[in-house]
Design a protein around this ligand. Structure first.
Ligand SMILES: Nc1ncnc2c1ncn2[C@@H]1O[C@H](COP(=O)(O)OP(=O)(O)OP(=O)(O)O)[C@@H](O)[C@H]1O
Length: 687
């Protein structure tokens, strides 16, 4: 039987090659002779007479028509896109702009229509060399024309050459009245089966992913519930089922308002997106967080994560205990820092702002001004507060140990090095804060190493070769004049500039005397509490002495004074009790000699019959300096009839005995430390 011929005519070789191989694959070439001719070959390659001429596209009809032999029929092939790269096509997100790249305007347009018809969800723009396209396109799809894709396109999906669709193949069989087409449809079905299998694989893959996800979400410590955009529950993990007692309750696929406990539903309604809130529910406090699920700009629903606040507190507590056991915790907060003077309040305001940043801080101030206290408060107010705070005092550790303590060492780094090496303070402080106290005492060698750490934010252990990256906030402190040390060449200028990024100057106590009463009150409470004793007061003279003193040891010295008083005084402290005044005036402690002197004076006043008056005058003066007129009035108010003349005499006597200072003119009289001592003696001998 004469073999029937089909002649495919196209402009491009690629089409002809792909259509011939498609005919081989589908077995068409077993029944029908296949001929393939390029349009430009037609003048010298005649079409076999009687063949069915199939054109790749309508646009070439005028060029081909005159070469079609009489009796031959001409049809235009319908073509479809192959889906070899189905997975990549499916991975293109919904709504994304896609360039469909072909060689000509016409095929580009045809392909766009085919792609749209296939139900793919992206925005497709036809493109052929020289065509315009939107600037924000990032993905190109092309049926075998990758060489025409514009260069800046991020991703190219090549789906392979377009093939002839099933209806054209059936038209070929119909033309030859052949009933052999079942074979073709069966083979064509195979390609559909291939697509279905691919889809199936995708579905299985997605299913597996969702199983993995479920297993992971069921293992996390938080309870998780996911809702879709209509508040229908799409997922609950085991923790959520347990916490809400939803065992045996069908919730997935149900409206959350219906299937969840009503007060719980109400509680989650209160949550704002991405805000951590504490919600009371069923007599327990829960820590809630609500997150919106947004993909490619579309709102898909919400995720609720919650956990008992007590569990979180327990975890935090355990973590802090671990840090405490290693001594890596900062105790003080800004609330523990006392002082209301304008100078000091300004310092604290600046420090609070600085706390939020990550930059290096340099605390400058005399000894005892609260540099370490402030460093701890800054750490505790910073985002690193849950991480370690490691304090290093350069003055307190010997030079030979310092390097290995700061940077750690590897096993065998030196004789005596611990087995397994040793972690250094910089490593311990990772994610937290390192406080470099008395930095002015660091030796030249240590300064060099510190500079490298600050520049590179990485350390190398002594005897090691590996660099260890560190994420550390540095707070340095000194009571020395670093600037002068730089000028004298004892402190590296580059290290100074690395440290002096956020300097804070802590004023000495003598420059903020207004804070003394506040601090005294705070320390009296603190030490009375520590010693389990009732709080005591300070006489006016004692307070005046505190206000007048220069405090070379600053707040530490003041604290020590108050602690000392808390040990020795009963209910009131007098200036004779103040250790620094004794040091200045060389007044002996209320010692045996002083006691004897007190006894002698008391005996003398008693003998003269005015002990009561003398005591009352001293008591009045211990409340603050006063003039004679006032004193007479007050003595009379307390039932002592003392005339102005008598008072003058008594005051003279008290002055002779150094129990008071009498001021000139209107200044009035003041109790002396000896006077205070006499009062203290009287009190203790009477009790
Ligand atoms: N403003 C303050 N309020 C309460 N207590 C303070 C204040 N400032 C300092 N102190 C207390 O004074 C003492 C000394 O403070 P700190 O050790 O922080 O001083 P420093 O400047 O680091 O001293 P040095 O330079 O000697 O190391 C601490 O006991 C601290 O609690």
């Amino acid at each position: 039987m004469e073999k029937r011929t089909v002649t495919f005519v196209a402009k491009m070789d690629e089409f002809l090659q792909s259509v011939v191989s498609q005919c081989h694959e589908l077995g068409i070439s077993e029944d029908i002779h296949i001929e393939a001719i390029r349009v430009d070959q037609l003048p010298f390659r005649p079409i076999t007479p009687g063949s069915l001429v199939v054109l790749s596209t309508k646009s070439i009809v005028p060029q081909v028509e005159s070469y079609v032999p009489p009796g031959s029929k001409l049809i235009v092939a319908k073509r479809m896109l192959p889906y070899h790269n189905l997975r990549e096509m499916l991975e293109i997100p919904k709504g994304v702009k896609v360039l469909l790249v072909s060689d000509t305007a016409e095929t580009a347009q045809e392909n766009v229509e085919l792609l749209r018809a296939s139900g793919m969800d992206f925005e497709v723009y036809p493109y052929y060399p020289g065509a315009d396209y939107p600037p924000d396109v990032e993905i190109a799809v092309t049926p075998g024309e990758a060489e025409h894709v514009p260069p800046h396109i991020r991703k190219v999906v090549d789906i392979g050459f377009r093939v002839i669709d099933l209806s054209t193949l059936l038209a070929i069989y119909a033309h030859f009245n052949s009933d052999n087409f079942q074979k073709v449809t069966a083979r064509a079905m195979q390609s559909l089966i291939y697509i279905t299998k691919e889809l199936n694989k995708e579905i299985q893959h997605a299913h597996l992913l969702s199983e993995y996800l479920e297993a992971i979400v069921n293992r996390i410590e938080d309870a998780v519930i996911a809702f879709d955009e209509s508040e229908i529950v799409r997922f609950v993990n085991q923790k959520a089922v347990d916490s809400l007692n939803l065992h045996g309750v069908h919730v997935v696929g149900e409206k959350s308002a219906v299937c969840l406990p009503p007060d719980f539903y109400e509680a989650i309604q209160q949550c704002e997106e991405n805000e951590d809130v504490l919600v009371d529910w069923a007599n327990k406090t829960y820590f809630f967080r609500k997150m919106h699920i947004v993909m490619e700009g579309s709102f898909l629903g919400s995720l609720i994560l919650f956990r008992k606040a007590a569990d979180i507190e327990k975890m935090e507590h355990e973590y802090r205990l671990r840090l405490y056991s290693k001594g890596l915790v900062a105790k003080y907060q800004f609330d523990d820092i006392y002082g209301a003077s304008a100078t000091f309040s300004q310092v604290i305001q600046i420090a609070k702002k600085i706390a939020r940043s990550n930059s290096t801080v340099l605390l400058l101030g005399e000894t005892g001004t609260g540099k370490e206290l402030l460093a701890q408060a800054i750490h505790n107010a910073s985002p690193r507060r849950r991480e370690p705070f490691v304090g290093v005092n350069f003055a307190a550790i010997s030079e030979s140990l310092l390097e290995s303590e700061l940077f750690g060492y590897e096993e065998g780094a030196f004789t005596g090095a611990r087995k397994g090496g040793h972690i250094g303070w910089f490593e311990l402080a990772h994610k937290g804060t390192i406080f470099l106290d008395e930095i002015g005492d660091a030796s030249g060698a240590i300064q060099n190493r510190l500079l490298r750490v600050l520049q590179e934010r990485q350390i190398m252990r002594v005897g090691g070769s590996k660099v260890i990256p560190t994420d550390i906030r540095v707070i340095a402190a000194t009571n020395q004049d670093l600037q002068q040390m730089v000028q004298e060449g004892t402190f590296r200028a580059d290290l100074y500039y690395r440290l002096n990024i956020l300097p804070i100057h802590l004023p000495p106590l003598r420059k903020r005397r207004e804070d003394i009463p506040w601090l005294v009150e705070h320390f009296v409470k603190k030490y009375s509490f520590d010693l389990r004793r009732p709080p005591f007061t300070l006489s006016a003279e004692a307070m005046k002495a505190l206000l007048d003193y220069d405090w070379p040891g600053n707040i530490r010295e003041l604290e020590n004074v108050v602690e000392y008083l808390a040990h020795i005084v009963d209910d009131e402290a007098y200036s004779c009790h103040l250790p620094f005044l004794r040091e200045v005036t060389h007044t002996p402690l209320p010692s045996v000699a002083m006691d004897r002197e007190c006894e002698a004076m008391i005996a003398e006043y008693g003998k003269r019959g005015f002990l009561e008056e003398m005591t009352a005058i001293l008591q009045q003066l211990s409340q603050g300096g006063q003039g004679r007129y006032n004193l007479v009035e007050q003595l009379q108010e307390s039932g002592l009839q003392v005339s102005s003349q008598q008072l003058r005499y008594r005051l003279k006597l008290l002055q002779q005995d150094e129990l008071i200072h009498v001021g000139k003119g209107r200044q009035g009289s003041q109790i002396s430390s000896k006077g205070e001592a006499l009062l203290a003696y009287l009190k203790s001998s009477r009790s």
